[in-house]
Design a protein around this ligand. Structure first.
Ligand code: C2E
Ligand code: MG
Ligand code: MG
Length: 725
């Protein structure tokens, strides 16, 4: 390098003279100075470094070499008119001038790094080494020589390195990465501030003992990590990757992902490790939130079915060691009505309050879950005493029997509960849950809602229901069904006006099965839609072969009406069979209108528009029949057979039937009285003004091939004489 050698040369100049120096001494010195001057002149020519000479009086350059000119990009003539400060960066100027003056007056040597400004405005870095080489007789500095080294490139590369280190540091900070090294021989761990924080170590620069380092690991993770390190070292592996948790001094849990490289000496002894740790706490927390969401109900925050199953399995494992428990299944009684009447937001509010009330009645270690809709379930740790569980079930029912306030109205909802006790009612979780569910089913079927314990015969009933359902599915596929027809006669003429189609299932083993025992199951199992469509097609097809004035009535389930496409199915059955629409009549019960939805009414209006008549079946058997008559313009009402039964002997029954008939007449509705079994009943009814009748008195429902015979029987003159008709 240029610097030190040249300063050595300059430093050897004997510049100071004492006041009383002899003439010889002065002459010798002058000779030496001249020699040095010549040497300096030669040095200026070498061009290995930039060299400039400055006059200390004027402060201007007095001599510059070619190299210096090239460095500061100015020619010599120009430079000789300037001072060093004229080419120095303004920010460095003041310090440089002051420092240089002080040094020159003192030791006579000065070194600094400064920026020069080039004529094009660019900045270059210079390392300056200055020295006084000529003084006057009093020792005051006259000339200084400055050796100028271009350090621009090294300053820039240092700056680049600083920036990239800063970037790396920032990257590590943002990416929550900390690095560390562990000297296996000394047992000391060294790391930066970020890694110290991550590993829950106090701040500082001191190396950390390996034992203190691992002491901050989560106690559940520490043995696993130490074992993994041992195995890595034993096998001489080059890398170890693992996850661990740290409990920080603030008590917060942090999750770290570690990757550690292992280094060994020639003898295979481990020497040190270099590791990087990534703080993945936030990702872990997000994962935990997701897992929580997957196992909890978002509305109530309660465990969902998945978590309930897990807890149930845990409870059954504990039960093996004598820890008894009970499973309670709970279902609200009128939740659907709430949703229909008050809307879903109120329905949601209700569920949240139900959850809160249930929680209040349970112990903290009981599990309360929402299995879906309005179904809740409880795992209740108990001594296995059924009475205690029974009291809890009663409390739950009572608590939900208290009114709720929705949209400012007091509403009674009520709930039913089914209870299964482990291990009496089952050893496995699933078994217990289905036992509690069966008990709930029974509890709901009771007229007095409440709660029921599971009983083994419930299983038998459920099994036969399941068997029936399986058989039904097969029967729908194999079309094991048949339509029977029961005539409906006009009271005045006793002639058949139409037949009601009534389905029968010709079961391979059980023989002919009546609809009451399978239609409700078909509705639950979703089989009623294909079956109902089949009935419509078959009834239209068979009726099309009858005399043109004879119509057919088909029973339609509420499920079919709610499905929304019944008008298409009816239109298709008519089109396929060629039956005129006015010969078809549909019988629906009031349950079809229960949900009172716009789409139900729209479907019924579309069917009416086809020319098909619609009758209300089983009138008077339900709750609020009159309201339904207002809601939809029925063509006809069929009075439930319960009213025909006592009409001839009970004045009260007679009065009710009379009132119903008068009401229908006033509304312009024709009426059919169902279930007429005796002549006495018929006479009484005919007197009251019923328009049509149907019943065993005339004919039981008969297979299709009997229709012609029935028509022949009831097609002519009336065979029954009606006393006061
Ligand atoms: P429903 O529509 O009220 O049909 C009249 C029921 O009363 C028939 O029972 C019929 O056999 C019975 N019945 C008629 N006259 C008398 C009588 O004088 N005395 C007595 N005790 N009963 C009489 P069935 O055929 O067992 O049908 C029962 C119910 O099943 C029907 O009641 C109807 O609601 C339903 N159902 C029948 N066929 C179908 C169908 O194809 N689809 C749908 N969805 N339901 C049907
Ligand atoms: Mg009917
Ligand atoms: Mg009926």
């Amino acid at each position: 390098m240029i610097g030190s050698g040249m300063f050595g040369l300059l430093g050897r100049f004997p510049f100071r003279f004492g006041a009383q120096a002899s003439a010889d001494q002065r002459e010798a010195a002058a000779t030496e100075l001249a020699e040095k001057d010549a040497a300096l002149a030669a040095l200026f020519e070498t061009g290995t470094a930039g060299i400039a000479e400055v006059d200390m009086q004027s402060g201007r350059f007095v001599r510059v070499n070619q190299r210096f000119c090239e460095f500061v990009k100015r020619d010599a003539a120009l430079l000789l008119t300037l001072r060093p400060s004229d080419i120095t960066h303004p920010d460095d100027r003041e310090a440089v001038v002051a420092d240089a003056r002080k040094a020159m007056e003192g030791v006579g040597r000065w070194e600094a790094e400064v920026r020069h400004i080039l004529p094009n405005g660019e900045t270059v870095w210079a390392r300056l080494g200055s020295s006084i080489w000529k003084r006057d007789e009093s020792g005051a500095p006259l000339r200084r020589i400055t050796i100028v080294q271009d350090i621009t490139e090294s300053v820039r590369s240092k700056e680049r390195q600083r920036q990239s280190e800063e970037l790396l540091r920032l990257g590590q900070q943002v990416g929550r990465i900390g690095t560390f090294t562990h000297d296996i021989e000394t047992g000391l761990v060294r790391c930066g501030a970020d890694a110290r924080r991550m590993f829950g170590q106090p701040p500082g620069d001191e190396p950390i003992e390996f034992e203190a380092w691992t002491a901050a690991f989560h106690p559940e993770d520490q043995p696993r990590i130490l074992e993994a390190i041992k195995v890595t070292l034993q096998r001489g592996d080059a890398e170890l990757a693992c996850e661990l948790r740290i409990i920080g001094p603030d008590g917060c849990l942090r999750h770290l992902e570690l990757r550690v490289g292992y280094f060994y000496d020639e003898a295979g002894r481990p020497t040190r490790t270099v590791g990087a740790a990534i703080d993945v706490t936030e990702r872990k927390q997000a994962e935990e939130r997701l897992t929580h969401a997957a196992r909890h109900d978002t509305l109530t925050g309660l465990p969902n079915r998945a978590l309930f199953r897990e807890r149930l399995n845990q409870a059954t494992s504990r039960a093996q060691y004598g820890q008894g428990f009970a499973v309670l299944c709970l279902d609200l009684d009128r939740f659907k009505d709430v949703n229909d009447t008050f809307g879903h937001p109120q329905g949601d509010r209700l569920l949240i309050e139900v959850a809160a009330r249930l929680r209040e009645e349970l112990r903290p270690d009981d599990t309360l879950a929402r299995l879906g809709g309005d179904e809740f379930a409880v795992i209740h740790a108990s001594s296995g005493d059924p009475e205690e569980v029974g009291r809890l079930a009663r409390r739950l029912v009572d608590r939900l029997g208290e009114p709720f306030v929705l949209s400012g109205q007091r509403v009674l909802i009520g709930a039913s509960v089914g209870v299964a006790v482990a291990p009496r009612d089952g050893a496995q979780g699933e078994e217990l849950l289905s036992a509690a569910d069966l008990a709930l089913y029974q509890a709901k079927a009771q007229t007095m809602r409440g709660w029921r314990f599971f009983e083994p015969q419930m299983n038998v009933a459920a099994q036969s229901r399941r068997d029936l359902e399986r058989d039904l599915r097969a029967a729908v596929e194999r079309e094991e069904f048949e339509l029977f027809y029961q005539p409906v006669l006009e009271v005045s003429s006793l002639r058949i006006k139409h037949f009601e189609a009534l389905i029968r299932w010709r079961h391979p083993q059980r023989g002919l099965v009546a609809p009451d025992s399978f239609i409700p199951l078909c509705e639950q199992a979703g089989l009623i839609l294909p079956l109902g469509a089949w009935v419509l097609r078959r009834a239209c097809e068979e009726a099309a072969s009858w005399p043109a004035e004879i119509g057919v009535a088909v029973n339609i389930s509420a499920v079919q009406v709610a499905a929304g496409n019944l008008d298409f199915i009816v239109a298709a059955a008519l089109a396929e069979s060629g039956l005129k629409s006015e010969r078809l009549e549909l019988e629906i019960t009031e349950t079809s209108l229960l949900n009172n939805s716009e789409s139900t009414l729209a479907t019924l209006h579309k069917i009416k528009a086809l020319g098909v008549r619609i009758a209300m079946d089983d009138f008077g058997a339900g709750h609020s029949s009159l309201g339904y008559l207002q809601r939809f313009p029925f063509d006809k009402v069929k009075i439930d057979r319960a009213f025909a039964r006592d009409v001839d002997c009970s004045p009260k029954s007679a009065a009710i039937v009379k009132a119903m008939l008068d009401l229908c007449a006033a509304l312009g509705l024709t009426t059919t009285i169902e279930g007429v079994e005796t002549e006495a009943q018929f006479r009484a009814l005919a007197k009251m003004g019923g328009t049509k009748v149907q019943g065993y008195l005339f004919s039981r429902p008969q297979p299709a091939h009997c229709v012609p015979a029935l028509l022949a029987q009831f097609g002519g003159a009336p065979q029954l004489t009606v006393a006061a008709a």
